[in-house]
Structure formats: C-alpha cells, structure tokens
Write a protein that binds this ligand. Structure first.
Ligand code: GAL
Length: 384
C-alpha cells in the first residue's frame, strides 16, 4: 500500500513539475502541453516564457512582459511548421522595442488626438508619444509592464492567464484598472484571446493584440502576396495625423475594399490620401457599430506559397489593418532573421481610434460595476 501511495505522490509531483496537460488524464487535452521557463529579469522581477503546444504541431510562446506572443509556429500545407510572427530573441530587445511586436496594447490601443480627452467635467492629459497624438497607452503602456501569470487548462485548450493592475493616474488615465488577458491554444488550432477589465472610477479602455503576421514565415520577405478579405463595407477615414474625421465612409470604389479577397500588394501603392497618411494600409475597418456577444469572422488571410490560412474572429466593432509601413529595413529579428519594411501585417481587433473624442463612435468608456470584455480568435488552417 505504502508503495502505491509513494508512486501516486511521485506521479502527482511529476505532473506538477512537467505541467503536461496530456498527463493529467484530461482526454480533451491529448497531446497538449504547457511548459514554463525563465526568460530574464527586469526591474528585479523574473519574466517567464510559456510554451503551449497542441497535437497538430501548433506552438505558441508567450512572456509575461508586455503579455507578448514571442513566437507562433504553424504547419504549412505539407506539415512543415514555421514561426509566423515577428519577434526578438531576448527580453532586452522587447524592452527596447518601439514597434509593439506581439504585445497587448493598452490601456488605450491606437491614437487619442493630441493626448487629451474629457470624461464628465474632467479633462485628462496623456503623453504625446506619437506627435501630435497619444499612441497605444503612452510612454510605458501595457506592452512594457510585467503581468502576473498562471497556467490554464480546460478541455480542448491550454493557456496562460495574465493579470495586471494599472494604477489610478498611470499614464494620465483615471481609475485603477484590473486587467485580465487569457491566451489559449485550442485543439482546433486557434489562438484565442479573452480580455476583461474593471475600474473603480470612470475611465476609457481599448485593448488589442499587436502581433505582426507573415504566413510565409517571419523574416521570409514582404507580405504583399498574402490574400486578404476584411468583412467591412465601411472604414473610419482619418486626417493626416491618423485621427479619424468622425465620418463612417464606404470602402466601395477605394483601395480599402477588401470585401472580396485580394493580394495586399495590389492596391497598396494606389494614389489615395488615406494610403499616403499611413504610408500604406493603416486603417480602422468598421465591422459593426456595437460589440458582439460572440466572435464573428472579421478577416481571412491566405498565403499562396505555404498554403497557410488565418481567420480572425472577434466581438469587437473595429479592426485596424496595418502593413508594417513603419518597420525599418534591416531590423534584427529572432532566429537570425532580418525584418524589413512591410514584412509583417497586423489585424488588431479593437474599438475605433480616438473614440473618447468621437461621440458618434461606439463608446470606450468603462464605469465602476461594469465589465469590459472582448474576445478575438486567430484560427489557422491550410489550403491548396
Ligand atoms: C499600429 C498603428 C500604426 C503604428 C504601429 C506601431 O497599431 O496603426 O500607425 O503606430 O501600430 O508602429
């Protein structure tokens, strides 16, 4: 009997140390695993790297600095896996990064005009870190924070739950914001992101994932041959400094019409003011005018050479499509790769830019007692 108990305890210890969900006897998680490794130290705190795997060869790596996805390996049509997101090798490079590679952008993703907004009778001033505007939460947004992390296992998925409390007044925003972001890799080859936040004072919130994708493999060249569909018949045109005019304009008859899939490169050089402001595609597409209850298809991208396909489903009303126009040539990436201009694209599901100053846009105001939530899923498959 003692022998059996000893074996049982040893098995429990092994499961706890390994973190292999497949060993827990959860049939829905066969072949799935989570492992945790040290990634580095900053501000006296240790940063961990979590590796999530499923039985189909999909592997996601996440660090609790910036809630960053550092690597996402997905098989191509012949079964060969490759990393399809831009990233770096080291924590130091993520700390120095100014392109928001793979992070969660917040407290307010995208731009707020002139770094100012009013709530009730109070005016709030934010950092102008993308002159003349505020961008992605300020000088040290959520992409520069150390989050608490815990492993998540449920039937059919393994994941990491990241939590961060943003102090009242941090980066100029009112209210203590308790934020939770859960990344899950499912057995259906999805990277699912559930976001929630609660505040103790009226504030604004807009969170998104800022992954740069290249379905041919990160560092393999530009993304212009990817075929993209965006399920939006309108977009929010901006002025020169990328702040929306407030208009909800039809995509029809413009280079922004992605309702039928077309190569990203087909119209990227078209002579159109919206393309000149962003130096390529960098627009918010309108999916709906209020957040949905469950994620709906927002975009589909396919890459002809590898056969990889990515679908983006979201509850959010908008999606910013950005073609890495501000990526410099010769940027050092992970695994000895070099990234250049337009070698990754972002599909950032979110609310519309500058919503705090745009009464006609879906609201981004969060009040005490209410919960902000959004879900976005990146789903992978192959074709051809
Ligand atoms: C995107 C934004 C771009 C640029 C980029 C970061 O989300 O749309 O204009 O600021 O982030 O370089």
């Amino acid at each position: 009997m003692r022998g059996h108990i000893g074996t049982f305890i040893a098995a429990l210890v092994a499961v706890a140390l390994c973190g292999c969900a497949g060993l827990t006897g959860n049939a829905g998680n066969t072949g799935m695993s989570i492992t945790k490794a040290a990634y580095g130290t900053t501000e006296g705190e240790e940063v961990a790297l979590y590796t999530l795997k499923n039985a189909n060869g999909v592997e996601v790596q996440i660090i609790n600095y910036g809630a960053i996805v550092t690597s996402l390996k997905v098989p191509d049509r012949s079964g060969k896996s490759d990393n399809i997101v831009l990233g770096y090798d080291t924590l130091e490079e993520y700390i120095a990064d100014d392109a928001y590679l793979g992070c969660i952008a917040g407290r307010y993703a995208n731009r707020i005009a002139n770094g100012r907004f009013t709530l009730g009778s109070s005016e709030y001033t934010l950092a102008v870190n993308n002159p003349p505007n505020h961008l992605h939460g300020g000088k040290a947004g959520f992409n520069k924070k150390i989050w608490d992390a815990e492993e998540v296992r449920r039937s059919g998925a393994v994941g990491v739950r990241l939590t961060f409390t943003s102090a009242d007044g941090e980066e100029g925003y009112p209210g203590t914001l308790d934020t939770e972001v859960t990344y899950e890799l499912t057995k259906e080859n999805e990277l699912r992101i559930d976001y929630s936040a609660e505040t103790d004072k009226q504030t604004v919130v807009n969170l998104t994932h800022h992954g740069y994708f290249n379905l041919a493999g990160a560092g393999s060249g530009d993304i212009l041959k990817h075929e993209l569909m965006i399920a939006a018949d309108r977009y929010t045109p901006t002025g020169e400094s990328m702040i929306p005019t407030g208009e909800l304009a039809p995509v029809e008859g413009t280079p922004l019409d992605f309702r039928e899939a077309k190569p990203i490169g087909r119209d990227i050089g078209a002579d159109h003011p919206q393309l000149s402001y962003g130096k390529g595609f960098d627009q918010n597409f309108i999916l709906k005018l209020a957040p949905g209850k469950s994620p709906e298809l927002a975009a589909r991208v396919s890459e002809p050479a590898s056969g990889r396909v990515m679908e983006v489903l979201t509850t959010e009303p908008g999606i910013q499509f950005y073609t890495g126009n501000f990526l410099p040539n010769g940027k050092k990436g992970r695994d000895g790769k070099t990234y250049n201009h337009r070698t990754g694209f972002c599909l950032e599901a979110q609310h519309f830019p500058d919503s705090p100053n745009q009464p006609g846009f879906p609201t981004t105001v969060l009040i005490p007692g209410r919960k902000y939530s959004q879900t976005t899923t990146y789903r992978f498959s192959t074709e051809g």
